[in-house]
Design a protein around this ligand. Structure first.
Ligand code: NAI
Length: 327
C-alpha cells in the first residue's frame, strides 16, 4: 500500500505526513511538494514505523517518481485562506494546482484513490473529475473530496450538550458541500440521538458551517486550519485504507460525483447537484455505496439544504467550466 501526499511540506501536509508515516497499514509513503520535501522526508524517515518514505521536488521528474504506482493520492496542495477570504477566493490559484496534480495521478497511478483536500473542495473535486475524464481514467468510486473536518467539528462542538467523554462516539452526518452554508450538519440524525435546545441550535449549526473562520481569525494571517485538518485527513485516509484492505461497515461522509456511484442517482435527482457530500460506505473499490439521508432531515435542516443546493450548483459549475473552457 503506497500513499503519496501532494503538498507535503505545507501546514496540513507536514502533520498529515507524520500521521501517515506512523500508520502501520502503509508500506510506502511518498512526499511531493514544490519546496522543502528533502527536509521533511529526512526528518520523518527517522521514525521507526514500517512505511518506507521518500520525498521529491519537481526537478529530475520528481512528480513521476513520487506518484508512480501509488494506491492512494492525498492532495493538500495550494494556498490557504487569510482573514476576510472565502474558500472561493482560493479558486484562481488552487484550480490550476489541483488540475496539474490530477494529471500526474492520471499518468502515473491511474487506478489510485484520490482524496482532495485543497479548497475550494466544492469546485476542486469537479475539476479533478473533469480532468480525469479528459485523460480517460475517471472512476467516480475512486475520487473523494475530504469533508471530514466538518464532521469532526460537529462531533466536537455538540459535546457540551451530550456530556459524552469521547466526542467521536456521537455520529453526526454532515452533508452538502465544504464551505459556509453549503455545509449542513444533520443533528436530528445523530446517533445516539442528542437533545439540542431550540435556542442553541442556530449557534451550533452556524459554528459548524463557519468553524474554519475561527481558526483563520485566530491565526491572524498565518493561514487556516492545519492540525485539525491533518487529523481529519488522516482519519478519512485510514478509514479508506482499512476498507480497501477488506474491513467491512466503514462509513464516513465524503464529497463525491453522485451519478457515478451506487445509490447516487437518487440523491442527485433529489438535490439537483451532481456533487454532494453524503455518508459513504467504503470498500475495496472505494465508494461502495452512498446513502440518501436527505429525506430524513427535519424541516429546519431541509431549509438549510435548500440554501446549500444553490451555493453548490454555482461552485460545481465553476469547476467544470475551468476544465472545459480554460480561462
Ligand atoms: P500551505 O500553504 O501551508 O501548504 C500548501 C503546500 O502546497 C505548500 O507546501 C506548497 O509549497 C504546496 N504546493 C503549492 N503548489 C504545489 C504544487 N503544484 N504541487 C505540490 N505542492 C504544491 O497550506 P495549508 O494550510 O496546508 O492548506 C492547503 C490547502 O488545504 C488549502 O487549499 C486550504 O484551503 C485547504 N484546506 C482544506 C480543508 C478541508 O477541510 N478540506 C481544511 C483546511 C484547509
Amino acid at each position: 500500500m503506497k500513499a503519496v501526499v501532494a503538498g507535503a511540506s505545507g501546514g496540513i501536509g507536514q502533520p498529515l505526513s507524520l500521521l501517515l508515516k506512523a500508520c502501520p497499514l502503509l508500506d510506502e509513503l511518498s512526499l511531493y511538494d514544490v519546496v522543502n520535501t528533502p527536509g521533511v522526508t529526512a526528518d520523518l524517515s527517522h521514525i521507526s514505523s514500517p512505511a518506507k518514505i521518500s520525498g521529491y521536488l519537481p526537478a529530475d521528474d520528481g512528480i513521476a517518481k513520487a506518484f508512480k504506482d501509488a494506491d492512494v493520492v492525498v492532495i493538500p496542495a495550494g494556498i490557504p485562506r487569510k482573514p476576510g477570504m472565502t474558500r472561493d477566493d482560493l479558486f484562481k490559484i488552487n484550480a490550476g494546482i489541483v488540475q496539474g496534480l490530477i494529471k500526474a495521478s492520471a499518468q502515473y497511478c491511474p487506478k489510485a484513490f484520490i482524496l482532495v483536500i485543497s479548497n475550494p473542495v466544492n469546485s476542486t473535486v469537479p475539476i479533478a473529475a473533469e480532468t480525469l475524464k479528459a485523460e480517460g481514467v475517471f472512476d467516480p468510486k475512486r475520487l473523494m473530496g475530504v469533508t471530514t473536518l466538518d464532521v469532526v467539528r460537529a462531533e466536537t462542538f455538540v459535546q457540551s450538550l451530550t456530556g459524552e467523554r469521547d466526542p467521536a462516539k456521537t455520529v453526526i452526518p454532515v452533508i452538502g458541500g465544504h464551505s459556509g452554508e453549503t455545509i449542513v450538519p444533520l443533528f436530528s440524525l445523530a446517533k445516539p440521538s442528542v437533545n439540542i435546545p431550540a435556542d442553541k441550535l442556530d449557534a451550533l449549526t452556524n459554528r459548524v458551517q463557519f468553524g474554519g473562520d475561527e481558526v483563520v481569525k485566530a491565526k491572524d494571517g498565518a493561514g487556516s486550519a492545519t492540525l485539525s485538518m491533518a487529523y481529519a485527513g488522516y482519519r478519512f485516509t485510514e478509514k479508506l485504507i482499512k476498507a480497501v484492505k477488506g474491513e467491512a461497515n466503514i462509513v464516513e461522509p465524503s464529497y463525491v460525483y453522485l451519478p457515478g456511484v451506487p445509490g447516487g442517482d437518487a440523491i442527485a435527482k433529489e438535490t439537483g447537484c451532481d456533487y454532494f457530500s453524503v455518508p459513504v460506505t467504503l470498500g475495496p473499490s472505494g465508494v461502495e455505496k452512498v446513502e440518501n439521508i436527505v429525506p430524513n432531515a427535519n424541516e429546519y435542516e431541509k431549509k438549510l439544504l435548500q440554501a446549500a443546493y444553490t451555493g453548490l450548483k454555482g461552485n460545481i459549475e465553476k469547476g467544470i467550466e475551468f476544465v472545459k473552457n480554460p480561462p
